[in-house]
Design a protein around this ligand. Structure first.
Ligand code: HEM
Length: 363
């Protein structure tokens, strides 16, 4: 992994949850009997501390654990014995030792996102998906949709007029619409409401207790997930009917014959990318608003830079709308984004599974 990526990951992560699904048997005894497991509690047999975590704000659960046990502690959540780490040093250690830890998610979350989504894989399948996703988000691919993104931003701004808003929620709406545009192109407008209804239900159940019985948030989320996959299947079908193959969006990239993906793999990865792109980007945007609010001189500099671009377009008699060339003339705005990515905590946590016993700082 590149150093810059490493740094970015560590800055944006608060927690890494390391699962020891198969390795610690019984789970509270280390195979290396001379080394202790980190401090902490494994809770009740099988259930572990899952109820404690979900009966309060998970952030409060984690904060109280850190206060009691420090930045590395053991626990047992969502059916998995695990060690949670929250220091940048430990995060660097784990992310640097790719051979010792493989990407994983708790089984309930894996089911919800789709087993064939990029996050749960390594090797050739993973590399292929990564290439397909990256291809759609390269400047060459997104430069044509800048005006459409601006139009989504303007619609958002208009909808905020005269009302008090919660920035993060509004940014989530904005990033959801941009994600749909990047995935389905201009066709997204036809399916936006249905996709939104299903995705929002899925999201509500994502961090719920994974009990799949009617009435629970988890059950509703699983139903919504099924419906989402059906909508994606319907869009794929309708594209095939029209026999148009030159789509530049993510779905087009996934549907390309050379991609070798099945329809189920496409659906899992479409849902996965919405999941990966939405809250992360909304969080960055929210932090930017906060930092600019706290630093009026920087806000003024950003405003000036934007006004200057608009003014010079007017002077040249160009269309006022934003385009890719304009986006390249924003060094101050760009630095604000880079600095926010550096200092803000964006992803609360991620998961890894140890493939063998690991020693870190004598534990
Ligand atoms: C600025 C906002 C973003 C942040 C802070 C962010 C952060 C991250 C982090 C930390 C990971 C690694 C998670 C892990 O290894 O456990 C990740 C993975 C990923 N992100 Fe983002 N992300 C952002 C935006 C996006 C967007 C817009 C997309 C849309 C394509 C995206 C797609 C992905 C995908 C597909 C992965 C899995 C990559 C792999 O397994 O190789 N992310 N992201």
């Amino acid at each position: 992994m590149e150093l810059s990526t490493m740094f970015f990951l560590c800055a944006s992560l608060l927690f890494i949850v390391l699962f020891f699904r198969t390795l610690i048997k019984p789970y509270y005894v280390s195979k290396r009997r001379d080394l202790p497991l980190p401090p902490g509690s494994m809770g009740w047999p099988y259930i572990g501390e899952t109820f404690q975590m979900y009966s309060q704000d998970p952030n409060v659960f984690f904060a109280s654990k850190i206060k009691r046990f420090g930045s590395m502690f053991k626990s047992h959540i969502l059916g998995c014995p695990c060690v949670m780490i929250s220091s940048p040093e430990a995060a660097k250690f784990v992310l640097n030792k790719a051979q010792l830890f493989k990407p994983t998610f708790p089984a309930s979350k894996e089911r919800m996102l789709g087993k064939q989504a990029i996050f749960f894989h390594q090797g050739e399948y993973h590399a292929n998906l990564r290439r397909l996703v990256l291809r759609t988000f390269m400047p060459e691919a997104i430069k044509n949709i800048v005006p459409d993104i601006e139009s989504i931003a303007q619609d958002c701004l208009k909808s905020w007029e005269g009302r008090l808003i919660t920035t993060f929620l509004e940014m989530k709406t904005f990033t959801f619409n941009v994600a749909l545009l990047s995935i389905f192109g201009k066709e997204e407008i036809l399916y936006r409401d249905a996709l939104k209804r299903c995705y929002y239900t899925l999201e509500q159940g994502y961090n719920s207790m994974p009990i799949n019985v009617p009435g629970t948030l988890f059950h509703k989320a699983m139903k919504a997930r099924k419906e989402l996959a059906q909508i994606v299947a319907q869009i794929i079908w309708s594209r095939r009917q029209r026999k148009m193959i030159d789509y530049k969006d993510l779905l087009g990239s996934f549907m390309d014959e050379k991609s070798g993906l099945t329809d189920d793999q496409i659906a899992d990865n479409v849902i996965g990318v919405i999941f990966a792109a939405r809250d992360t980007t909304a969080s960055v945007l929210t932090w930017i608003v906060k930092y600019l609010g706290e630093n009026p001189s920087v806000l003024e500099a950003v405003n000036e830079e934007q006004e200057c671009i608009l003014k010079s377009k007017e002077e040249r008699g160009e269309d006022k709308g934003l385009n890719w060339e304009d986006a390249k003339k924003m060094p101050i705005t760009s630095r604000v984004i880079q600095e926010t990515l550096r200092v803000a905590s964006i992803l609360s946590f991620t998961f890894r599974e140890a493939v063998e016993d690991v020693e870190y700082q004598g534990q």
